[in-house]
Design a protein around this ligand. Structure first.
Ligand code: SPV
Ligand code: MG
Length: 545
């Protein structure tokens, strides 16, 4: 079981080395104290007040200080010693304070003998009064009686030296607080040398540990205080002061130079913030506990080709930039891909390549587009064939529902085919149209009515040369590869592209079938069009919004 912070602090107190404590004001600074290697965190009233931009003068309520300390304890893995000022009132208030701080997971509290409302020990020209030793001893007794965990530590602090009441008074008070049950006594000093602190230790004969706060007598090393008998040394406000200076410098630099990178050498990288606040853990937890969702898909659009028979239509720009009612084929493709969750899209350019320039699209160039085919274009973008990948012709327009059916496929290599082709009236296509036809292993059921509920069929043959009478469907020009499918296709491209530069996408698919890799035909019925002729273009105009 994880050791409680109270027990940990007690164990550390039994160790002769002084406990080194760093001041903090919130969860982040507490974590930094822990990361710096301190033994414990001082939830400093001075720092917490300053972080609210108010003086250290009991302006903040107990609940505000306690919440700050609770957040520190929650964020850090070392004990928190909370500065509780005067205990926020008399002995009755102290009882409530102990209950609140124990419940907040705090290992120790420190209560000082200033009157309420206290004034920071270092402020000059402010009212400085102490409660009687008797009253403060009563608070210590109340605190010890209120604690539930026997290891919870109560530190009594005397301000006798700060208030100028002298060494004898300091000793008298420290003894009275030890008698009242204090687990440690903090002797505060605002001298610039440690002499009075060291002199006090010489005269301290009790077995109750001493606590020092070397803020003004800052030259004394911790080990010297340790050897003198101080078992806890608190560096009460140095983190806060370092932060103020760093913020002032960085902000001034940016303001003066008018650019963010002027502060680069003065600030940590964003990644350092991510590390401290636990972004890696967040990422791990997301992976472990959030629903998996669909794996990401990328797409490669093959838009390099030049078809002279389209003449004037593509005189100034590649076919994928043909406008149909104000939107190009490529725009329409990108819109559907985006809506389907495909966010990484690459386009292989060739003919009039300079015309294809889109901010969210990666481009690859097949500069030999006139003499090579789609495999050569794919080879140019081979590094994009990675994970789940869609390969698409650049001259097709399709509905989102059509794409969605393909995206639901779990096959390693799946292609979209259209069954409506069999129902087309003879002669309805331009004579030069040579559709990419598909022969499947088990012919799909015949008939005009169509419900595409059957499992994807196995492609046996694919290509423009298949006699129409033998074909079962038409290839739409979209392929989906799984991660494994992408690997297979990359290998096939490496092998085929150098030997057959003119090979097309259907040649690649046929080669995969011939090598024994199942290519699955996912059926749809219409929902797409290809722009391969002037007639296609006219039809698309009539059909599309
Ligand atoms: C604090 O940090 O709030 C303290 C220590 O009480 S000191 O400011 O040095 O008094
Ligand atoms: Mg304080």
């Amino acid at each position: 079981m994880k050791e409680k912070q109270t027990a940990r602090l007690r164990r550390r107190l039994a160790d002769p080395r002084p406990i080194l404590v760093g001041g903090a004001h919130n969860a982040l600074s507490a974590k930094l104290v822990e990361e710096a290697g301190f033994d414990a965190i001082w939830a400093s009233g001075f720092e917490i007040s300053a972080s609210h931009a108010v003086p250290d003068a009991n302006i903040l309520a107990m609940a505000e200080n306690c919440e700050a300390a609770r957040l520190m304890a929650a964020a850090a893995g070392i004990p928190v010693i909370a500065d509780c000022d005067t205990g926020y009132g008399n002995a009755v208030n102290v009882i409530r304070t102990v209950q609140a701080y124990e419940a907040a997971g705090i290992a120790a509290i420190c209560i000082e003998d200033n009157v309420f409302p206290k004034r920071c020990s270092f402020y000059s020209s402010v009212k400085r009064e102490l409660v009687s030793a008797e009253e403060h001893a009563g608070k210590i007794r109340a605190a010890k009686a209120a604690q539930i965990d026997p290891d919870f530590v109560v530190i009594a602090r005397t301000e006798a030296l700060i208030a100028g009441w002298g060494m004898e008074e300091a000793l008298l008070r420290a003894n009275a607080y030890a008698d009242a049950g204090a687990d440690a006594v903090l002797i505060h000093s605002k001298a610039d040398k440690p002499d009075e602190i060291l002199a006090f230790a010489v005269r301290w004969k009790r077995n109750v540990p001493l606590v020092a706060v070397p803020t003004t007598y800052k030259t004394v090393p911790a080990h010297v205080l340790g050897e003198a008998g101080y078992r806890i040394v608190i560096y009460a406000n140095h983190g806060l002061r370092a932060a103020i200076k760093a913020m002032q410098t960085a902000l001034k630099t940016i303001r003066e130079q008018g650019r963010a990178d002027a502060a680069d050498s003065l600030i940590v990288k964003l990644e350092e913030v991510y590390r401290i606040v636990g972004v890696p853990e967040l990422q791990k937890d997301e992976k472990t506990y959030l629903p998996k969702g669909a794996p990401p898909v990328r797409a490669i659009i093959l838009a390099a080709g030049y078809q002279p028979h389209l003449g004037k239509l593509i005189q100034d720009a590649p076919k994928s930039l043909l406008e149909i009612k104000g939107r190009t084929i490529l725009d329409r493709q990108l819109e559907v891909l985006k809506a389907a969750g495909v966010d990484r899209v690459s386009v292989v350019r060739g003919y009039k390549k300079e015309k294809i320039r889109l901010p969210d699209v990666r481009t690859y160039d097949n500069d030999r587009f006139e003499t090579t085919g789609e495999i050569a274009s794919l080879a140019c973008a081979a590094k994009e064939i990675e994970g789940r990948t869609l390969l698409l012709y650049g001259d097709i327009v399709f509905d989102r529902a059509v794409l969605q059916r393909l995206l639901e496929s779990t096959a390693d290599i799946a292609i979209l085919v259209d069954r409506s082709w069999r129902d087309e009236a003879p002669g309805s296509r331009a004579p030069e149209a040579a559709p990419d036809l598909v022969v499947e292993k088990s012919p799909p059921p015949q008939g005009l009515r169509f419900v595409s509920s059957r499992e994807p069929g196995d492609v046996v043959r694919i290509g423009a040369k298949i006699p129409p009478g033998e074909a079962h469907s038409e290839f739409i020009g979209i392929v989906l590869l799984s991660e494994k499918g992408s690997k297979i296709v990359r290998g096939a491209i490496d092998e085929i592209a150098p030997k057959n530069e003119k090979a097309g996408l259907t040649d690649l698919l046929q080669a995969l079938v011939d090598r024994g890799h199942p290519v699955k035909a996912v059926e749809v019925y219409k929902g797409w069009t290809e722009i391969d002729s002037f007639e296609d273009y006219q039809r698309a105009w009539a059909m599309l919004h």
